[in-house]
Design a protein around this ligand. Sequence first.
Ligand code: SF4
Ligand code: SF4
Length: 166
Amino acid sequence: MSKRDEPLSRECRPCTACCDGWVQMTVNDVPLYPGKACPHSTGRDCDDYANRPHDPCVEINCGWIMPDSPLPDWMKPNNAKVIVLFGKLRWRGLPVDVAVPVGKRIPPRALNWLKDFSANNGRPLLFSEQVDPGKGFEREQMFSAHGPSEFQQDIAQLIASGKALW
Ligand code: SF4
Ligand code: SF4
């Protein structure tokens, strides 16, 4: 089964990337973040699938599992080591896609695919990595912007001001 209620052509199992804290979210009042997985994640599945909360477990909007996903099969998060959230925010009327690593940083093959997709589809991209890859996993992430120079400048200003990106 996928995490969604409706049948999909793709299955989550054995991926548990979103359950394992790579997307920061709160499940039943338990915060998940890099290095802090959901207690129900077995690393291959959810051990309380029938009782998983709709928000966020079903609503996570993972770009690989969503219907008509443009992501190829090999970009499954447990394989490509990236979770893509399409249209997570908007910038000057354009949808902005967000990519977070499953690990310390997004591997080059996946990041290059995402940059090409961004350029070919006119969709600015925000992607993150651990602030200090030499350390253990930390909650704080460092974001980079890919796309029009104005987008990169706007994001740099937002980050410098300490405001939330979304
Ligand atoms: S990251 Fe995507 S494919 Fe992996 S478990 Fe979460 S929803 Fe499923
Ligand atoms: S409750 Fe289950 S589906 Fe939801 S984050 Fe935890 S392991 Fe994943």
